[in-house]
Design a protein around this ligand. Structure first.
Ligand code: PMP
Length: 393
């Protein structure tokens, strides 16, 4: 049965992890994978999460099967976190719990494949490495629009609209809601409005991938683009992740939300979403959902820690910018200062990224992505000097 199977090439991100693990140099720096680290390089469990886990253990609720759509309280709280308290919008939405943000994307991909198998999914280039494989695995076609800096640290809209000129009505515009992975370049408010108008005029449906809400400017601020879309457009799909902003990575907690212009359609949409869950994994895991619900419904301690994470990312970014200036970095490298969220895409070639790894023990992806949240305080100057040295080669 398996004799004709060929092993898949190792995912470059895991290959990078392995190379970092096996590097004996004590000053090695892992800026590859997208996880938050504190000033000392640790990824601790949030206090709010520990508190919620203790409360859950004390309450010892039953482990009986849960509904196919997961934890109803999580779904309600996440819907509000994403959409705000605008009742007419909330009344057009249905949310199901999913297996992380990845599961949300796949659930929505399966929904799209059920509703309109001809739809092409338009995703950014550069973009999140898993978007294409995930959409194709659901049997959908994919295409790309460019995602580049307009010179002010924000996304240049014109090339995007140029590429979307080839899209058909009913196609899906997959766009990241904030803190774009891998570039750190986001859309301005005006661009979100223009993109919403474009979707309206050309019959495109946005699928917003919200993996970093709260890690850019703030929970509400980071949802502004998404909310512009949901106010202007009838049909909007949202994949959300609790992995980063709650530090729940391995608990696999996320949600898929669907907005329709006709609330009467919501029960049918829900039944298809539940059918997708049933045939894939039956129901999503409860533990992370129960923790996330506790954080969302008792938000002050979580907000406090999320603010600390966000502030640290911004402080590290500013400090890296200052260190780059002190090292006489070229303007190109200084664009890091303008980016949002955990990532920046360096203006370095794959060969230069290899040099960074070989000569300086600094690990980022070959495309040039580094995790700003992964830089320990005591490595900032060394990183800046290494970047300048490698850039000048
Ligand atoms: N979308 C984007 C843009 C991401 O960066 C990630 C996580 N790296 C995901 C979705 C998936 O999130 P999760 O880990 O919750 O599956």
């Amino acid at each position: 049965m398996f004799s004709d199977l060929r092993p898949l090439p190792l995912d470059p991100l895991w290959a990078l992890q392995n190379a970092h693990r096996d590097d004996p140099r004590p000053h090695k720096l892992n800026l590859g994978i997208g996880i938050y680290r504190d000033a000392h390089g640790h990824t601790p469990v949030l206090n709010a999460v520990q508190h919620a886990e203790r409360a859950l253990a004390d309450a010892a609720p039953s482990k009986v099967y849960r509904p196919l759509s997961g934890n109803a309280d999580l779904n309600a709280a996440m819907t509000r976190l994403l959409l705000g308290n605008h009742t007419p919008t909330l009344e057009r939405a249905v949310t199901v719990q999913t297996v992380g943000g990845t599961g949300a994307l796949r659930t929505l991909a399966d929904l799209i494949a059920s509703a309109n198998p001809e739809a092409t999914i338009w995703t950014s280039n550069p973009g999140y490495a898993n978007h294409h494989p995930l959409m194709r695995a659901a049997g959908l076609l994919t295409a790309e629009y460019p995602w580049q800096d307009d010179g002010t640290g924000q996304t240049d809209l014109q090339p995007i609209l140029g590429a979307l000129g080839h899209a058909q009505p009913g196609d899906i515009l997959l766009v990241q809601g904030c803190c774009h992975n891998p570039t750190g370049i986001d859309l301005s408010q005006e661009s979100w409005h223009a993109l919403a108008r474009y979707c309206h005029e050309h019959g495109l449906i946005p699928l917003i991938d919200m993996a970093y809400q709260g890690l850019g400017q703030g929970l509400t601020e980071d949802a502004q683009g998404l909310r512009i879309m949901t106010r202007h457009l009838g049909t909007v799909l949202i994949a959300a992740s609790c992995s980063k902003n709650m530090g729940l990575y391995c608990e696999r907690t996320g949600t898929a939300t669907v907005l329709t212009p006709h609330p009467a359609e919501l029960p049918d949409v829900l039944s298809v979403l539940e059918g997708i869950a049933r045939r894939t994994y039956s129901m999503p895991p409860e533990h992370g959902a129960a923790i996330a619900t506790n954080l969302l419904n008792n938000p002050a301690p979580w907000h406090h820690e999320l603010t600390a994470m966000r502030d640290r990312i911004r402080t590290v970014r500013a400090a890296l910018g200052a260190a780059l200036r002190a090292a006489n970095a070229p303007q190109d490298l200084l664009s890091i200062e303008q980016h949002q969220g955990m990532f920046s895409l360096l203006p370095l070639t794959p060969d230069q990224m290899d040099t960074l790894q070989r000569d300086h023990a600094i690990y980022g992806t070959r495309e040039g992505r580094i995790n700003i949240a992964g830089i320990p305080d005591d490595a900032i100057t060394r990183l800046a000097q290494a970047l300048v040295a490698v850039y000048g080669r």
